[in-house]
Design a protein around this ligand. Sequence first.
Ligand code: AVJ
Length: 330
Amino acid sequence: MLTRTLIRTWEAGDSELPAAATQDGAFAHDMMRALASRPRSISPKYFYDAKGSRLFDRICELPEYYPTRTELRILADNARAIAAQMGPRAEIVEFGAGSLRKVRLLLDAMDRPARYLPIDISGEHLAHSAAALQQDYPGLDVQPVVADYTQRLLLPAPVPGAGRRVGFFPGSTIGNFMPQEALHFLQVAGQVLRGGALLLGADLVKDPAVLHAAYNDAEGVTAAFNLNLLARANRELGTRFALDQFAHSAFYNAPQQRIEMHLVSRRRQQVELGGECYEFDEGETLHTEHSHKFTLEGLRVLATQAGFRPGPVWLDEDRLFSVHWLHAPS
Ligand code: AVJ
């Protein structure tokens, strides 16, 4: 069943192509733009090639990186209550569906799930995880969608007789967006999920030392994940970034409520791309990620602004992480 990778029914009409078909060249284009602008900045979505996705999976296992295990715990502890919100025959649309571990907790508790649509930008990783999931849930209709959900949201039409369409956006990936982008994403998601709901994981504001440790692990996996952006450029764009001449930097920007990740040039150096030569001063950075943290109230206000009606919120004991049920506009 899994090899139905071509999905032909698009809600937004036939004129638009699936994002995967238009992605070629986007990395080169965005990297050139990043190198040409000041301050230099590129979207964190480019972390997730096959290598980056594997590194991210390792981050999730790190002792310092609390979000994944905390969210898994919250989902496991509240799976019945969440499934009750979903109702029978619900369909799950997962945005940015990495290793598909979390959704299993939902599927196990749900009443006859109608279908599961994991959307991810990393086709290889998605195909692999989706195949593994399909094996464990042979009766489930699984349709992986290779797409960039930050660009557009085109989904197959609902299956006949399906219940609610429930968006699942775990991991606090929403924190990667700037506040304006998060609002825009939620507005677009609200349209795709009309009449359904969004189950949203959001990391919470907390002791900066805990945050700092989570993005500066002792093993250096986060550093490798960050540097993989340059390694990927070397592999795919033919750049020759000297990986040992850039340092991983991650710090908490308290006024902006976010972790910022940068790659810092250890010395003055040049890099070539597309016939252009770009210079880095010593200490100059390429900004690679924002990871915004939320207060419960802040998240609920944001969701409300996007047209959602906030429902129950589930938390861990230490209030490190939150999972929100948000009713989509009708
Ligand atoms: C997948 C975006 C939620 O921000 O914590 C982990 C990515 N970056 N370590 C996060 C990430 C560095 C992660 N998100």
